[in-house]
Design a protein around this ligand. Structure first.
Ligand code: MF3
Ligand code: CO
Length: 250
Protein backbone atom coordinates (compact mmCIF):
# COMPACT_ATOMS: atom_id res chain seq x y z
CA UNK A 1 0.00 0.00 0.00
CA UNK A 2 1.11 3.53 -0.70
CA UNK A 3 2.16 5.75 2.19
CA UNK A 4 -0.55 8.34 2.85
CA UNK A 5 0.24 12.05 2.70
CA UNK A 6 -1.99 14.00 5.05
CA UNK A 7 -3.67 17.21 3.94
CA UNK A 8 -3.40 20.38 6.04
CA UNK A 9 -6.83 19.59 7.51
CA UNK A 10 -5.81 16.04 8.37
CA UNK A 11 -2.56 17.28 9.90
CA UNK A 12 -4.59 19.54 12.21
CA UNK A 13 -6.67 16.55 13.31
CA UNK A 14 -3.54 14.44 13.85
CA UNK A 15 -2.05 17.27 15.93
CA UNK A 16 -5.19 17.39 18.07
CA UNK A 17 -5.36 13.60 18.50
CA UNK A 18 -1.69 13.46 19.47
CA UNK A 19 -1.91 16.42 21.85
CA UNK A 20 -4.69 14.70 23.77
CA UNK A 21 -2.60 11.51 23.93
CA UNK A 22 0.33 13.51 25.31
CA UNK A 23 -1.93 14.74 28.12
CA UNK A 24 -3.12 11.20 28.82
CA UNK A 25 0.48 9.98 29.07
CA UNK A 26 1.36 12.87 31.34
CA UNK A 27 -1.41 11.87 33.76
CA UNK A 28 -0.54 8.17 33.56
CA UNK A 29 3.11 8.93 34.32
CA UNK A 30 2.11 10.64 37.56
CA UNK A 31 0.20 7.53 38.65
CA UNK A 32 3.23 5.20 38.46
CA UNK A 33 4.14 4.27 42.04
CA UNK A 34 4.94 1.10 43.96
CA UNK A 35 1.67 -0.64 44.89
CA UNK A 36 -0.42 0.27 41.81
CA UNK A 37 -1.69 -2.63 39.72
CA UNK A 38 -1.31 -2.67 35.96
CA UNK A 39 -5.12 -3.02 35.80
CA UNK A 40 -5.54 0.29 37.64
CA UNK A 41 -3.24 1.96 35.10
CA UNK A 42 -5.43 0.67 32.28
CA UNK A 43 -8.64 1.80 34.04
CA UNK A 44 -7.21 5.28 34.54
CA UNK A 45 -5.99 5.41 30.94
CA UNK A 46 -9.32 4.44 29.43
CA UNK A 47 -11.14 6.91 31.67
CA UNK A 48 -8.79 9.73 30.64
CA UNK A 49 -9.12 8.89 26.93
CA UNK A 50 -12.92 8.86 27.13
CA UNK A 51 -12.93 12.08 29.17
CA UNK A 52 -11.60 13.78 26.01
CA UNK A 53 -14.40 12.17 23.96
CA UNK A 54 -11.84 9.94 22.28
CA UNK A 55 -11.82 6.19 21.66
CA UNK A 56 -9.06 3.86 22.92
CA UNK A 57 -7.77 2.38 19.67
CA UNK A 58 -5.96 -0.58 21.25
CA UNK A 59 -9.12 -1.92 22.94
CA UNK A 60 -10.30 -4.97 20.96
CA UNK A 61 -7.62 -4.38 18.31
CA UNK A 62 -7.18 -7.93 16.95
CA UNK A 63 -8.76 -8.99 20.24
CA UNK A 64 -6.38 -7.10 22.56
CA UNK A 65 -8.43 -6.87 25.80
CA UNK A 66 -7.39 -3.46 27.23
CA UNK A 67 -6.83 0.20 26.37
CA UNK A 68 -3.26 0.57 27.60
CA UNK A 69 -0.46 -1.94 27.03
CA UNK A 70 1.43 -2.24 30.33
CA UNK A 71 4.70 -4.16 30.10
CA UNK A 72 6.84 -4.77 33.19
CA UNK A 73 10.59 -5.53 33.33
CA UNK A 74 11.39 -8.30 30.79
CA UNK A 75 8.06 -7.70 29.05
CA UNK A 76 8.84 -5.79 25.87
CA UNK A 77 5.38 -4.70 24.67
CA UNK A 78 1.69 -5.66 24.64
CA UNK A 79 1.56 -6.69 28.31
CA UNK A 80 -2.04 -7.27 29.39
CA UNK A 81 -3.11 -5.30 32.47
CA UNK A 82 -3.98 -7.46 35.49
CA UNK A 83 -5.30 -6.87 39.02
CA UNK A 84 -2.69 -9.33 40.22
CA UNK A 85 0.30 -7.53 38.74
CA UNK A 86 1.39 -4.98 41.32
CA UNK A 87 4.29 -2.64 40.54
CA UNK A 88 7.11 -2.65 43.05
CA UNK A 89 10.11 -0.46 43.73
CA UNK A 90 12.87 -1.08 41.19
CA UNK A 91 10.59 -2.34 38.39
CA UNK A 92 10.43 -0.62 35.03
CA UNK A 93 7.12 -0.30 33.28
CA UNK A 94 6.36 0.58 29.67
CA UNK A 95 3.01 2.21 28.93
CA UNK A 96 1.87 2.12 25.33
CA UNK A 97 -1.28 4.11 24.63
CA UNK A 98 -3.26 5.32 21.66
CA UNK A 99 -6.56 6.95 20.85
CA UNK A 100 -8.84 8.05 18.03
CA UNK A 101 -9.97 11.68 17.74
CA UNK A 102 -12.41 12.50 14.91
CA UNK A 103 -11.21 9.42 13.02
CA UNK A 104 -7.48 10.12 13.48
CA UNK A 105 -5.21 7.81 15.45
CA UNK A 106 -2.34 8.69 17.74
CA UNK A 107 0.16 6.26 19.33
CA UNK A 108 2.91 6.81 21.90
CA UNK A 109 4.84 4.88 24.55
CA UNK A 110 6.88 5.80 27.63
CA UNK A 111 8.96 3.71 30.02
CA UNK A 112 9.12 4.65 33.70
CA UNK A 113 11.12 3.49 36.65
CA UNK A 114 9.01 2.53 39.67
CA UNK A 115 10.55 4.34 42.61
CA UNK A 116 14.33 4.02 42.54
CA UNK A 117 15.81 1.80 39.83
CA UNK A 118 19.35 0.49 39.31
CA UNK A 119 21.80 2.62 37.29
CA UNK A 120 21.84 -0.15 34.65
CA UNK A 121 18.09 0.04 34.19
CA UNK A 122 18.15 3.83 34.20
CA UNK A 123 20.71 3.76 31.40
CA UNK A 124 18.56 1.36 29.39
CA UNK A 125 15.61 3.76 29.66
CA UNK A 126 17.75 6.80 28.82
CA UNK A 127 19.34 5.15 25.78
CA UNK A 128 15.99 3.91 24.49
CA UNK A 129 14.49 7.39 24.69
CA UNK A 130 17.57 9.03 23.19
CA UNK A 131 17.58 6.50 20.34
CA UNK A 132 14.19 7.85 19.25
CA UNK A 133 15.65 11.36 19.13
CA UNK A 134 18.74 10.14 17.26
CA UNK A 135 16.50 8.39 14.75
CA UNK A 136 14.24 11.33 14.05
CA UNK A 137 17.19 13.64 13.40
CA UNK A 138 17.11 11.88 10.02
CA UNK A 139 13.32 12.19 9.64
CA UNK A 140 13.02 14.97 7.12
CA UNK A 141 11.77 15.34 3.57
CA UNK A 142 14.29 14.11 1.01
CA UNK A 143 15.95 11.63 3.37
CA UNK A 144 15.13 7.94 3.15
CA UNK A 145 13.02 6.02 5.63
CA UNK A 146 15.80 3.68 6.67
CA UNK A 147 18.08 6.61 7.54
CA UNK A 148 15.92 6.64 10.68
CA UNK A 149 16.43 2.90 11.27
CA UNK A 150 20.17 3.13 10.74
CA UNK A 151 20.56 6.11 13.09
CA UNK A 152 18.71 4.26 15.86
CA UNK A 153 20.88 1.17 15.36
CA UNK A 154 24.15 3.13 15.25
CA UNK A 155 23.31 4.83 18.55
CA UNK A 156 21.95 1.82 20.45
CA UNK A 157 24.62 -0.61 19.29
CA UNK A 158 27.33 1.43 21.04
CA UNK A 159 25.80 0.29 24.33
CA UNK A 160 25.69 -3.40 23.43
CA UNK A 161 21.93 -3.63 23.85
CA UNK A 162 19.64 -5.90 21.82
CA UNK A 163 17.38 -4.08 19.37
CA UNK A 164 14.07 -5.91 19.01
CA UNK A 165 13.67 -7.00 15.38
CA UNK A 166 10.30 -8.75 15.46
CA UNK A 167 8.29 -5.56 16.00
CA UNK A 168 8.62 -2.26 14.16
CA UNK A 169 7.27 1.30 13.94
CA UNK A 170 4.66 2.25 11.38
CA UNK A 171 2.74 4.87 9.49
CA UNK A 172 -0.39 6.13 11.27
CA UNK A 173 -3.47 8.16 10.36
CA UNK A 174 -7.01 6.96 9.75
CA UNK A 175 -5.69 3.53 10.80
CA UNK A 176 -3.45 2.69 13.75
CA UNK A 177 -1.05 0.81 11.50
CA UNK A 178 -0.43 2.17 8.03
CA UNK A 179 2.50 1.70 5.69
CA UNK A 180 5.43 1.99 5.91
CA UNK A 181 6.93 -0.36 8.49
CA UNK A 182 9.83 1.27 10.34
CA UNK A 183 12.50 -1.15 11.63
CA UNK A 184 14.73 0.03 14.47
CA UNK A 185 17.80 -1.79 13.14
CA UNK A 186 20.15 -1.35 10.20
CA UNK A 187 18.76 -1.95 6.71
CA UNK A 188 20.62 -2.65 3.49
CA UNK A 189 17.98 -0.91 1.38
CA UNK A 190 17.27 2.80 1.64
CA UNK A 191 13.49 2.64 2.00
CA UNK A 192 11.02 5.16 0.62
CA UNK A 193 11.85 8.83 0.33
CA UNK A 194 10.26 10.82 3.15
CA UNK A 195 7.75 13.50 2.14
CA UNK A 196 6.07 16.33 4.04
CA UNK A 197 2.68 15.23 5.37
CA UNK A 198 3.69 11.70 6.30
CA UNK A 199 2.80 10.81 9.88
CA UNK A 200 4.88 8.04 11.45
CA UNK A 201 5.03 6.22 14.78
CA UNK A 202 8.72 5.70 15.55
CA UNK A 203 9.11 3.25 18.42
CA UNK A 204 12.43 1.69 19.41
CA UNK A 205 12.08 -1.38 21.68
CA UNK A 206 15.44 -2.09 23.31
CA UNK A 207 16.53 -5.07 25.41
CA UNK A 208 19.28 -4.86 28.00
CA UNK A 209 20.43 -8.30 26.86
CA UNK A 210 19.90 -10.13 23.60
CA UNK A 211 17.43 -9.04 20.92
CA UNK A 212 15.47 -12.31 20.92
CA UNK A 213 11.85 -12.17 22.05
CA UNK A 214 9.03 -14.66 22.49
CA UNK A 215 5.27 -14.52 22.90
CA UNK A 216 3.63 -15.72 26.12
CA UNK A 217 0.68 -18.14 26.12
CA UNK A 218 -1.74 -15.19 26.49
CA UNK A 219 -0.95 -14.64 22.78
CA UNK A 220 0.00 -10.99 23.41
CA UNK A 221 2.76 -10.35 25.89
CA UNK A 222 6.12 -10.14 24.15
CA UNK A 223 9.06 -10.87 26.49
CA UNK A 224 12.83 -10.83 26.23
CA UNK A 225 13.89 -14.46 25.92
CA UNK A 226 16.82 -14.00 28.30
CA UNK A 227 14.56 -12.45 30.95
CA UNK A 228 16.51 -9.19 31.12
CA UNK A 229 14.67 -5.81 31.22
CA UNK A 230 13.37 -4.10 28.10
CA UNK A 231 12.35 -0.50 27.38
CA UNK A 232 10.08 1.15 24.79
CA UNK A 233 9.77 4.78 23.72
CA UNK A 234 7.44 5.99 20.96
CA UNK A 235 6.03 9.17 19.50
CA UNK A 236 3.88 9.97 16.50
CA UNK A 237 5.75 12.47 14.30
CA UNK A 238 5.00 14.59 11.24
CA UNK A 239 7.48 14.83 8.38
CA UNK A 240 8.07 18.41 7.21
CA UNK A 241 10.65 20.08 4.96
CA UNK A 242 12.79 20.71 8.04
CA UNK A 243 12.81 19.26 11.53
CA UNK A 244 10.01 16.75 12.17
CA UNK A 245 7.17 17.80 14.44
CA UNK A 246 6.84 15.48 17.43
CA UNK A 247 3.07 15.41 17.77
CA UNK A 248 2.71 13.38 20.97
CA UNK A 249 4.81 15.61 23.23
CA UNK A 250 3.21 18.36 25.34
N1 MF3 B 1 1.74 0.86 19.86
C1 MF3 B 1 1.37 -0.47 19.51
C2 MF3 B 1 1.81 -0.76 18.11
O1 MF3 B 1 2.12 0.12 17.39
C3 MF3 B 1 -0.06 -0.70 19.57
C4 MF3 B 1 -0.47 -1.82 20.42
S1 MF3 B 1 -1.29 -3.01 19.54
C5 MF3 B 1 -2.52 -3.51 20.57
O2 MF3 B 1 1.86 -1.89 17.70
F1 MF3 B 1 -3.10 -4.47 20.01
F2 MF3 B 1 -2.05 -3.86 21.72
F3 MF3 B 1 -3.36 -2.59 20.71
CO1 CO C 1 2.96 1.96 17.57
Amino acid sequence: MAVSIKSEREIELMRESCKILAKVHDELGKAIKPGISTWEIDRLGEKLIRSYDCIPNFLNYNGYPASICVSVNEEVVHGIPSKHRILKEGDIVSLDAGLIYKGYHSDAARTYGVGKVSPQVQQLMDVTKQSFFEGIKMAKAGNHLYDISNAIDDYVSKFGYGIVRDLVGHGIGTSLHEDPQIPNFRQKRKGIRLEPGMTLAVEPMINMGRCDVEWLSDDWTVVAQDGLPSAHYENTILITQGEPEILTLL
